[in-house]
Design a protein around this ligand. Structure first.
Ligand code: MRU
Length: 346
């Protein structure tokens, strides 16, 4: 099943609850935009490309459930839904991209019926495109891997962070499809353990060899030569930095020090051409995520804790960025990248 989908029979958004993995495989159904917004905040759905698609599907859902009698009122309902969805998590630019794409397309409709259909068609198209983009990222990235390589990854940039296939893990999947023997090292990714809970689970589902390590073992495994490539995803790529799960920056420093390629795999929707690193808000999550492991208390409740969810990796630590359009190498000239993508799209 896809990580996120539209259910035509029930007119609803369905998604796999990522907070329950790996213990339970639960599919949630949403008929209300506010409930989707809560699911985003709680990380029931997470990962930048998945957030983009859920943003689009959220707008589509708001259109289907609106009681507006005229196009102007319906667009106002969609603007309200867009605000609810935008006010969830600030860092992954894909979320805003997905919301805006569905909303702007919906605005081209002239009647209520037309707007409802356009919004839904566009959101479904975004979901289909996400799968194809991941396949293309996989194809381009797989060419960088050799038979027998060990890939270290952080957080979850797999099918669970997208609609299917994945970005960083999509590259692993594509390389294996090309008959290369690839092994993965997954960092547990404290505090919410997307690596140990989700990455290992989805790789085991596909029988891809994976070894779990704690985040504090990164320096050791890279220094001792156990890693051939690091591949991570991204939540936002600006001219001077890659924003990704907290710990990615440290990983990039260690990889650079030991001459291990540090690759970033992300669709074009993760690029933010208008901003620089200093403009980006890094989501700060509830300190209780550090003091409790599930319901288990693991720190004095009164201790002060700091919980930024992402960090910024400077471009000088990045060996290549793998997108659906191909592999980008340093220096990453943003103006040129944007121009060449615009030319491609016509
Ligand atoms: O807080 P999360 O789990 O949403 O963070 C996700 C990540 O940092 C991923 O690495 C990123 O979104 C890329 S997913 C292809």
């Amino acid at each position: 099943m896809r990580t996120i989908d539209w259910d035509d029979e029930d007119n609803s958004v369905v998604l796999i609850d990522q907070t329950k993995l790996p213990k339970e495989f639960t599919v949630l159904e949403f008929k209300d935009v506010s409930a989707i917004a809560e699911a985003i905040k709680d990380l029931k759905v997470r990962g930048a490309p998945a957030l983009g698609v859920v943003g689009g599907l959220g707008i589509a859902l708001a259109a289907q459930t609106s009681n507006a009698k005229g196009p102007k009122d319906l667009i106002e309902d969609l603007e309200r839904a867009a605000k609810i969805l935008r006010d969830t998590r600030p860092t992954a630019v894909n979320l805003f991209w997905g919301i805006d794409r569905a909303l702007n397309k919906a605005k081209t409709g002239r009647s209520v019926t037309q707007i409802k259909k356009i919004a839904l068609d566009e959101a479904k198209k975004m979901a289909d495109e996400d799968v194809q983009k991941c396949r293309d990222i996989g194809k381009h990235g797989a060419a960088l891997l050799k038979d027998g390589d060990v890939v270290l990854t952080h957080c979850n940039a797999g099918k669970m962070a997208c609609v299917d296939w994945g970005t960083a893990l999509g590259i692993v999947r594509s390389a294996i499809k090309d008959s290369k023997r690839i092994k993965v090292i997954a960092c547990e990714t404290r505090p919410l353990n997307q690596g140990s809970r989700i990455t290992t689970w989805e790789l085991l589902q596909d029988r891809i060899p994976v070894t779990l390590i704690t985040d504090s073992m990164i320096g050791h495994v890279i220094k001792t030569g156990e890693v051939d490539n690091v591949i991570v995803g991204a939540d936002r790529i600006v001219e001077d930095a890659i924003f990704n799960k907290i710990g990615t920056y440290t990983l990039s420093v260690v990889a650079k020090k030991h001459g291990v390629p540090f690759y970033v795999a992300a669709p074009s929707s993760t690029f933010d051409f208008d901003k620089r690193a200093s403009d980006i808000e890094i989501e700060e999550r509830d300190p209780s995520e550090l003091k409790y492991f599930g319901k288990e208390q693991i720190a004095p409740p009164e201790v002060k804790a700091y919980n930024p969810a992402f960090d910024a990796t400077p471009m000088e630590n990045v060996s290549a960025i793998i997108t659906e359009y191909g592999v980008l190498y340093p220096p990453f000239e943003f103006e040129e990248i944007l121009e060449s993508w615009q030319r491609r799209k016509g």
